[in-house]
Design a protein around this ligand. Sequence first.
Ligand SMILES: [Zn+2]
Ligand SMILES: [Zn+2]
Length: 751
Amino acid sequence: MHLTMLCPSNTNTLTHSSMSQFHKLNPFKSHIPSIITKPSTSNPVHSSIINKPGSVNPPTNFTNLLSFSAKTKNLCLGQTIHASILINGSFNNTPSILNSLINMYSKCSQIQTARFLFDNSFTKDDISYNSIISAYAKLATKNSYKQVFNLLINMHRFGFSFSDYTLSTVLNVCSSCGYVDDYNNHFCFGKMIHGIGIKFGLDFNVVVGTALLDMYAKNDCLRDAIRVFEGFDLKNKNDFMYNAMIAGFLRGGLCCENAQEAIRVFNEMRRMGVKCSKFTFSSIVKACIGVGDFEVGRQIHGQILRNGLQDDEFVGSSLVEMYSFFGDVDDGLRCFELTPKLDVVSWTSMISGCVRNGKFENALSLFYRFLVDGRKVDEFIVSSVMGACADMAAARTGEQIQGYALKFGVADFTIVKNTQICMYAKSGDIDSARITFEEAENPDVVSWSVMICSYAQHGFAKEALRLFELMTVSGIEPNHITLLGVLTACSHGGLVDEGFRYYEIMKKDFGIAANVKHSACMVDLLGRAGKLEEAQRLIYDSGFEDDPVLWRALLGACKVRKDTEMGKCIADKVIELEPHDAASYVLLYNLYNDVGKKKHALEVRKLMQDRGVKKEPGISWIEVGNTVHTFLVDDCSHPISELIYSRLGELLAKIKEISFDNEKLPLGIAETECSGTVRMSHHSEKLAVTFGIISLPKSAPVRVMKNLRVCSDCHTTMKLISVVEKREIILRDTIRFHHFKDGLCSCKDYW
Ligand SMILES: [Zn+2]
Ligand SMILES: [Zn+2]
């Protein structure tokens, strides 16, 4: 096998300069003889070099081989071919070979060599310029971008003409705003290129147009982007242009109006029969989130299935995001399982979707799977999972997550600290919440607000207000959530005067207008003070008189004040506003029951049945060890159920002994009454508390969570259990935390 086999017929003698150039460039020169002299029959490339001595047009072969080396990023092969070219001496005469070499070296990450060849060649043409410009553009560094602009200027100076490829490459560089200091320069350059495009008649070229559109969109000039897009005839727009326009509309946060426009462009694209790619679908699924239209989202999913793109990672992660957003966790999980190679964003959106929709266990098990996959945990995923622990009130599990946060070095992120405060507070452990808050290095408005709201929920009004004063002194601007915390603290703590003072100054001092939740706090506060008429007036003055939240707060106050007459009126009002919400019926029912008007109570129940209003079943849960135990009313499914019932029987007997007021003895009825027949029953919180008493160490407080408002019967029972068992019981219901201790509750019997 001889070298001549590789040589073209018009062999020039190997010049000294080209050989030395080759030696300079090729550190692998020692490989050449062995590759050439020992052909490997298994390697198709080598055999093509060697076994076709009679190739008609060797230079074309060289370019093909170089492009193969570039494609496979095989530098060694590329250099071998380069050597053959030099030996051949055909290098200097053919720009196509120069261009292929530049392409090969830049693809093999040898930009310096590519540049050396470019600078030292006399045969360069416009394609050589395009090749080297594109090589620098792909490097995407600050310096390489500078080279792109310089090369473009040189190209013009030496009289080479720009093609659509040149302009689109440079425009893509102008779209990359990665370097803030050059941002304006890049954008100005981009606009200049637009001018050049017009001058050379390339502005209506679809490649240049797409790059222009993209450049404007990425530089926040959506209007200019649209102008470029609209300037093209319908029949000239291709899929790239449509995709760029759709992506342009969805840049920088989802806004409903732009998302709608994106969908309009998508429809135009379909109408014109332009093929949709995975990029189109993944964008348009996000647009459905933007417009809040789940139905359209599902239709798009159908189209994705028809196009066989379901298992694409981009499309899959958008679908996961969409289903999570619209609360369809089951379908979200299905897409999640079908999509290979999901990124951390998809995992986070699936987990937070589960949390948002109350599927906390799914969220946790996904997180453990994420860890098993050997992935790196970030602050967002930790904060989502900790949010699940907060909602499950699973502090022990939350602590484990905190351990992972420490391990991955994200524990000190403020977003993580904030969910941790929330997690402890919602689990009933206000002390640990406070310690976490004090540990936070950079508490932001969210940290302060979460802590203030937590104190308020636990009925520690003084602490909440003290913290609020501290916050304003620290110079952190409160927001409407902070103020909600403050007003809730006043209402839960019965601080009527303070409540009014803050309600009055919130607009004046902090520029925060009272929303419906703030007003509900005030209604609650007035109700607590027994000023029911005033509360009613406040509702009419608040401007939210059509909002059932306020009327329900007043109905709650009527119940506590046992004002049946007003209660009936208010209940009628709330039921009129929200005929299918069970909470108002139950409140009125309990109000009648509390004052002994059984007949009226039964009428309310009948009304509920007639209207088909279903009450959510009461569920209580408690974390013992690392497990969350849940209980329903009269639940017998727990493994130690028998023990729980016998212990509860003992407790109730003991309570009877110490209860002075026989009238107020817990009766153990209420919850099932609204949905079925009146009978003795054990509410879920009683079972959960008894289980806690059995399972937890004597000194530990029993923390139980409930999904409904606690009834008066259970409330009294808890107070008495705290006496007979001499231990603290903390019960969270939908309204607040009740800390039962020594026969008293932190809510002072108002909830
Ligand atoms: Zn109860
Ligand atoms: Zn209470």
